[in-house]
Design a binder for this molecule. Sequence first.
Ligand code: GDP
Ligand code: GDP
Length: 434
Amino acid sequence: MSSIVAIVGRPNVGKSTLFNRLVQRREAIVDSVSGVTRDRHYGKSEWNGKEFSVIDTGGYVVGSDDIFEGEIRKQVQLAIDEADIIVFVVDVEQGITPMDDAVAKILRQVKKPLFMAVNKVDNAMRDADAVEFYNLGLGDYYTISSINGSGTGELLDAVAEAIPEEEEEEVNELPRFAVVGRPNAGKSSFINALIGEDRNIVTNIAGTTRDSIDTKYNRFGFEFNLVDTAGIRKKSKVKEDLEFYSVMRAVRAIEHCDIAILVVDATRDFEGQDEKIFWLAEKNRKGIIILVNKWDLVEKQTNTMRDFEAHIRKKIAPFTDVPIVFISVLTKQRIFKAIETAVEVFENRKRRIQTSKLNETMLEIMDHNPPPATKGKFIKIKYCMQLPTHTPQFAFFANLPQYIRDPYRRYLENQLRERYDFKGVPISIYFRQK
Ligand code: GDP
Ligand code: GDP
């Protein structure tokens, strides 16, 4: 599970500039595979071997200039509750403003690792100006320039240091299925229907994160934990109209799961928040299934289901190899089929293909359809293997890996998907020098 780093601070101090700097390098690698539109406020980063998520909280405030202090306060409080590490950004050009003071006051209570970044220190002259930020009572700070990158390395060193070492995955830890989706999609109803139906429920146990609720569940001789995010939200005092809040919740749930069960309301379009949650899961290399719920409410004609499904697949392209199940929690239509499918995706995600078999299949395919020559260079892939990672990742060894373009990567992914069942599972493909 990776840690969540939240960037907080008042508008215009440079939060989103810093965010972009932190995630860019890694995004370039991950997203070149899919070419998908990405969330501009959530991303993954990696430093000194530590992987973490970064959230730019400012991105979720509406209206940026005349923002109310109350909004910022709420934002910061949520970040403190939900994130593992806080980066508080201030602006050396502006100096300390009353809003900085207000935020600092909240942050002084925080027990989590907190780093103050004095931004816009573009040159050494401004270094001296930064000392005034000691007055915020938060102790030491890092001087950075998000625009030219200076100082960000030291900040990242400190952040990475604060991230706990990745724990060895416990062998007999149960698979975790997180039920996610926007409010009112039917997440709680879905979980209740399963639980109500089944005698094999062992127990309700407190989840690993403070307030997630895991239900140990046994079905088809398969034991897993169902992670309920909806129930938590309902109990929470926090106003749920904050998009930031649902995003935070989804981030938490998804980062700690194996399979994301995305519940969608059939009476509404598949869009916005649904898509965001989908890509969140994809980016974290989690297994995904989509449940189109409230199917009972939809007036059906011959092709209604087919059309709805096609519509969703268009939105999630190019990662379309994802199970979509039409259910009704109300009438209990296909709800066990849904779980069965989630179990299948879980198995797919564990799939390991023997190197010899893989080469037998893929070398022939690549012989027939080699990567196109670029700049007159002849490219040959000589060998491939699945990496010994927790999720399906493949390395292809070539004479000139840097010349292999995205369409060919996608072609290889499609070929893999045609030959092996990776339904619902994101695949990573790397090209390496040989
Ligand atoms: P946010 O509202 O906190 O997300 O702030 P932005 O990242 O949008 O930045 C606000 C303004 O400050 C933009 O015009 C940025 O170009 C500028 N800015 C951000 N970081 C730096 C920096 O390190 N140095 C300077 N000189 N300007 C910066
Ligand atoms: P959550 O916010 O995602 O947990 O959604 P809830 O489980 O609270 O459901 C929101 C509303 O949708 C409730 O009024 C449910 O009774 C209703 N609902 C859930 N599933 C179905 C369904 O399959 N069909 C119909 N007609 N209503 C449903």
